[in-house]
Design a protein around this ligand. Structure first.
Ligand SMILES: [Zn+2]
Length: 321
């Protein structure tokens, strides 16, 4: 078995097993059987959470000469899953570029009438059709082909948010939304991506406030510890400990989605304290969110607005209230 040529990590294939992904796939294959599958699909969902796996499984089923359907284990379908089947092309940003190039788009258009090399169809997967990476001349070059692909071609455009897709592209595609996974499916994906146990993965997802992209991101494996550290620092900060205020702000700055985590920490403290004690944590969470909004609007520094908000929240109730 040769190595994967996919532009994605191998864990992006796991969602092929997800119930929602399989249901969507079955529906598309029914449409294909009745000859009504649209030639250009826009598959909407966050990256790594099913859209890539769906696109590859659909491509495999459309290409497969054995008519093996979803999950077929024939050699051709396996090659699609490794990104090495000649009839399935993944159009993505080259390693040294930031956008899909006009040459890539022209390459697709110029050979679009070429019949399948060995499969039943040709499938082009565009990752992603947001602008960027797909915009300008490259997008213009593709418009006519996306409008009416030859009968032997299917386009699968991947997008997280249709509003970030050019209207001229979006209007040429039929949108399909990838259903969200169950908590167990998510935990299994995070476990595979972070190389940890399912229990630990469930802990990561909880610590990330259900934000799986955050749990999957680099540094995500430290979330539970960061959340605990922030809880301790926030409790000390609101008791008037100046050093804790500075350290909490520094931790926020160095953590992806730091404000979100700090808010989660304060909400947990509020839940634990209850009553009037809990209120001060809720006030602090509100102050932090308001400060973060100001920061975004006024382009302020995260660390200094966090120090300001926490110091203000601590002063409001007096030291060690
Ligand atoms: Zn097959």
């Amino acid at each position: 078995m040769s190595t994967s040529q996919l532009p994605w990590p191998s864990s992006t294939l796991l969602p092929a097993e997800w119930v929602g992904v399989q249901r969507l796939l079955a529906r598309c294959l029914e449409l294909n059987d009745s000859g009504t599958l649209p030639g250009t699909l826009m598959v909407v969902g966050p990256p790594t959470l099913g859209r890539e796996a769906f696109a590859l499984e659909l491509a495999a089923a459309l290409v497969c000469r054995d008519l093996g359907g979803a999950g077929c284990a024939c050699g051709a379908c396996e090659r699609v899953r490794r990104g090495v089947h000649p009839d399935v092309e993944i159009v993505s940003v080259a390693a040294d570029k930031t956008q899909i190039s006009i040459e890539q788009a022209q390459g697709v258009v110029e050979n679009i009438t070429q019949l399948p090399y060995e499969g039943r169809r040709r499938v082009f997967i565009v990752d992603s059709c947001h602008t960027p990476p797909l915009g300008g001349d490259a997008a213009s070059a593709l418009l006519k082909t996306l409008e009416e692909p030859p009968p032997s071609v299917t386009f699968v455009l991947l997008a997280a948010n249709p509003r970030r897709v050019l209207p001229t592209i979006a209007s040429r595609a039929v949108q399909l939304r990838v259903p969200p996974p169950s908590p167990d499916e998510l935990a299994a994906l995070v476990a595979a991506a972070q190389g940890c146990s399912d229990e630990r993965a469930a802990e990561l997802v909880t610590a990330a406030g259900g934000d799986v992209e955050l749990a999957l991101r680099e540094g995500g494996e430290r979330l539970p510890e960061t959340l605990l550290a922030l809880e301790e620092l926030a409790a000390a900060a609101l008791a008037g400990d100046g050093l804790a205020i500075l350290r909490a702000a520094a931790t926020l700055k160095d953590t992806p989605s730091g404000i979100g985590l700090a808010t989660a920490a304060l909400l947990r403290l509020a839940g634990g304290a209850g009553g009037a004690g809990g209120e001060r944590f809720l006030d602090a969470a509100a102050a932090l969110l308001a400060a973060d909004n100001r920061r975004v609007v006024l382009h302020l520094d995260l660390e200094s607005v966090a120090v300001g908000a926490l110091a203000q929240a601590a002063a409001k109730r007096g030291p060690a209230a």
